[in-house]
Write a protein that binds this ligand. Structure first.
Ligand SMILES: Cc1cc2nc3c(=O)[nH]c(=O)nc-3n(C[C@H](O)[C@H](O)[C@H](O)COP(=O)(O)OP(=O)(O)OC[C@H]3O[C@@H](n4cnc5c(N)ncnc54)[C@H](O)[C@@H]3O)c2cc1C
Ligand code: SF4
Length: 499
């Protein structure tokens, strides 16, 4: 295994390899594992630090400032300033994500192939399924055990039953989880089977080299071929990586198009077609303590509204985040904070129909996105049903958190008003984005896609894209496992082309 810590690189570093992978999240780690496992020499370059589980910060603020891009303060520009969250560390967002696992839904794949039949062979269903089986086994994906669920998750089951909605314990990538509810700050015990401790560890065991704290900046081309990546280590040293066969971009659906645009690689709809799942959440107070910080961070989900573009998840986060979510000022707020053991928060992820765009301005990614009227309607419907579920599960009062609407609600009738007549302004809703897609989509036509069906850039030889930028659409479900499976497919196409 070989790891170069960029913080210690103060002088020029020059390496030659077969494949350079940019980004070490689910996409980059999965691609690197497949490539290194097949005998290719691989260098993975990652802008963020390598943080060991025992060093995971306990507080949300600590995690945001050390492990999240822009301290967790990246915001889309549009009618509503919606934060979009991304990890910036070895493992990408996977060490700080909720550990929820879904397979690529068959109906999503069918829609992709209906829109572009070339994807039927390029992303063959049987190959994706086999890869997913293998990945799930490696990551220990299994339903959340009742013993570690905690009340927040069990109450969601109760609320969904009361409304007759399909629900289930979340399938998560954990081994030995004790339900400490700290997934979003990074599991301090190493129980979460994130990309860094699984897929990347496998790649390193197969001889790959990891450069942490090194930002890739320049994709050097010569004669229409990309063969070199230049960047800078945190220690100040310039880094030059020469790739004999391929450069694989896996920097995420925001950073990959931004890197291309920064390098003036703007062929096709690069950065366009940004798609996402904005999530809204609803808090509620229960008479008995529910201690939302206990139990698996996101251990239960409601699946019955997926056809409507809605998916509900129990949430568990640090108390400082919960405090920011509570209504009121002065003594009222102080009372709510003192009362925090009685509060819960559940989220509704919306499969947004609106599309946005990623640009690179002054070397930084800038995302523009505004939820459509239908998306806002889904926010309202999601909050209504979440509120009804919470009241049915025993909450005395719920806070939909919608500006311009009743802050405290105790009856389903008022929640029905929210769905029917709630504000139509996106800015009235408190939401956040964690799932992003589509900004370098795959396809046969270079006018409407950035990479070919074999993941190769339409215009530039030697350049491949492995992450969810290539997805033709959003998924409506949590994407980390499909991202890993698709990236493994990309690596196989790279290997086939190099032979
Ligand atoms: C708080 C949160 C909770 C989530 N919960 C879940 C969940 O429960 N289940 C689920 O399925 N999904 C979840 N997601 C989404 C999921 O984690 C992401 O979809 C997934 O990690 C994306 O994988 P990726 O490899 O494409 O990108 P990322 O995970 O974002 O990794 C990209 C990596 O590339 C690095 N990078 C970027 N630019 C450069 C550069 N120029 N040079 C070098 N390195 C670079 C970044 O620092 C980053 O580490 C969550 C995300 C967040 C933020
Ligand atoms: S719930 Fe706690 S113990 Fe379980 S994986 Fe998440 S952080 Fe680790």
């Amino acid at each position: 295994m070989s790891h170069v810590a960029g913080a210690e690189v103060t002088r020029a570093l020059d390496l030659e390899t077969d494949v350079v992978v940019i980004g070490s999240g689910p996409a980059g780690s999965s691609a690197a594992r497949e490539l290194a496992g097949a005998g290719a020499r691989v260098v993975v370059v990652e802008e963020g630090p390598w943080v060991q589980p025992e060093d995971a910060p306990a507080s949300a603020f600590g995690a945001m400032s050390r492990l999240y891009r822009d301290m967790g303060a990246s915001v889309v520009l549009g009618a509503a300033p919606i934060p979009y969250l991304q990890g910036r560390m070895v493992g990408g967002s996977s060490p700080i994500n909720g550990a929820i696992c879904w397979r690529l839904p068959r109906d999503v794949w069918d829609a992709w192939c209906a829109a572009d039949p070339s994807l039927r062979d390029a992303l063959a269903w049987d190959e994706l399924e086999a890869l997913t089986d293998e990945l799930e086994a490696r990551l220990g994906v299994a339903p959340t055990e009742p013993a570690v669920a905690g009340r927040k998750n069990l109450l969601m089951a109760q609320g969904a039953d009361a409304l007759g909605l399909a629900h289930r314990p979340t399938r998560r990538n954990v081994r030995g989880c004790t339900g400490s509810g700290r997934c979003l700050q990074g599991c301090p015990h190493g129980f979460k089977q994130s990309a860094d401790v699984t897929l990347l560890a496998d790649a390193l065991a197969h001889g790959a080299t990891l450069l942490s704290d090194v930002a890739a900046r320049e994709i050097v081309r010569s004669g229409g071929r990309a063969g070199e990546v230049c960047g800078r280590a945190r220690g100040g040293g310039p880094v030059r990586l020469r790739a004999r066969h391929a450069i694989v971009l896996a920097a995420s659906a925001v950073q990959t198009p931004a890197l291309l645009l920064r390098n003036r690689i703007a062929h096709g709809p690069v950065g366009e077609n940004f798609q996402c799942h904005p999530g809204v959440s609803l808090a509620g107070r229960f008479r008995e303590p529910v201690r939302m910080w206990e139990g698996a961070t996101q251990g239960h989900e409601v699946t019955g509204l997926r056809g409507e573009g809605l998916k509900f998840e129990a949430l568990g986060f640090d108390l400082t985040v919960l405090a920011a979510r509570l209504e009121g000022v002065g003594r009222d707020l102080a009372r709510s904070i003192a009362d925090r053991a009685h509060w819960l928060d559940w989220g509704a992820a919306v499969r947004a129909e609106a599309r946005g765009r990623v640009r690179s301005i002054a070397g930084r990614a800038v995302v523009t996105f505004t939820p459509s009227a239908l998306d806002v309607q889904r926010f309202r419907r999601g909050l209504r049903i979440l509120g009804e579920m919470m009241l049915a599960a025993g909450a005395e009062v719920v806070h939909p958190g919608v500006r311009g609407f009743a802050p405290h609600v105790t009856s389903p009738a008022v929640l029905a008003d929210l769905e029917r007549d709630g504000p139509s302004r996106p800015a009235a809703y408190t939401s956040a984005i964690t799932h992003m897609f589509g900004t370098c989509r795959m396809g046969r036509d270079p006018r409407t896609s950035v990479v070919r069906p074999d993941f190769r850039h339409h215009q530039i030889d030697g350049l491949w894209i492995a992450d969810s930028s290539v997805f033709p659409t959003s998924l409506g479900v949590n994407p980390q496992i499909p991202i890993m499976a698709v990236a493994a497919c990309c690596a196989r196409r790279v290997l086939a082309a190099c032979r």
